[in-house]
Design a protein around this ligand. Structure first.
Ligand SMILES: N[C@@H](CCC(=O)N[C@@H](CS)C(=O)NCC(=O)O)C(=O)O
Length: 220
């Protein structure tokens, strides 16, 4: 029986959230790596795939199911998998809370991505501002989301794991990978969540896998 398949470049990039969700939900699948992305030297396997017309927007990741259904756009893939593998809340309101959390985390990531477009001489000041005010403010909001779901058994939405947990956990991992974990000093619930969710069997296996691609830190 053929398995569904995720195709992406040889990096975490825009596929990592999808990989984490698949890992947590225990979804058997294949994975194809087309090689390393470079703006000037695209891997031949990617160029061939793009020429095949399968990439509706000319970009990866690509998710394919055995009956021929295929989907691009990382966020659409993530939400499709969350819906089809019981990771999108128990009812429409919980699904809306998942969407709300995903949008909140995206706001934080947009702040972090400013490190990529800021010229090197201005980066130390931006890092300082991130540490001093931007991250504490946003992490405070996220801490409150966890607290607001206090009876949820450690999940950020409802009483079962969801895409919201995966996305929140991934953000916290990115902060750790970038030496920014001190911004979590006043966020005891987030710290506990990070430890606990990271130990779920699928996530722990993915983290320990030798095949996992290395972190991609923001420029210093
Ligand atoms: N919004 C899209 C963006 C996809 C995207 O830009 N993918 C990059 C790799 S991260 C790509 O395939 N680039 C192809 C190219 O540079 O030609 C998504 O989230 O999937």
């Amino acid at each position: 029986m053929p398995l569904p398949c995720l195709t992406y470049f040889s990096s975490r990039g825009r596929a990592e959230l999808i990989r984490l969700l698949l890992a947590d939900a225990g979804v058997e699948h294949d994975e194809i790596a087309v090689g390393s992305w470079s703006p000037t030297d695209l891997p031949p396997a990617f160029v061939a795939l793009r020429a095949s017309g399968k990439l509706a927007y000319g970009a990866l990741p690509l998710w394919e199911e055995p009956d021929g259904f295929h989907l691009v756009q990382s966020d659409a893939i993530l939400r499709h998998l969350a819906r089809t593998h019981d990771r999108y809340g128990a009812n429409p309101r919980e699904a809306a809370r998942c969407d709300e959390l995903l949008a909140g985390v995206e706001d934080v990531r947009a702040e972090l991505r400013k490190l990529v477009v800021t010229p090197a001489p201005a980066r130390p000041a931006l890092r300082e501002k991130l540490h001093a005010s931007i991250l504490p403010r946003w992490l405070g909001f996220l801490e409150q989301r966890l607290a607001a779901n206090g009876g949820g058994g450690g999940f950020v939405v409802g009483t079962e794991p969801s895409v919201a947990d995966v996305v929140l956990w991934h953000l916290l991992e990115v902060l750790h990978d970038n030496g920014m974990e001190s911004a979590l000093a006043d966020c005891r619930s987030l710290v506990r969540f990070y430890a606990r969710f990271g130990e779920r069997p699928g996530i722990a296996t993915h983290r320990a896998s030798r095949r996992r691609y290395p972190p991609q830190p923001f420029p210093t």
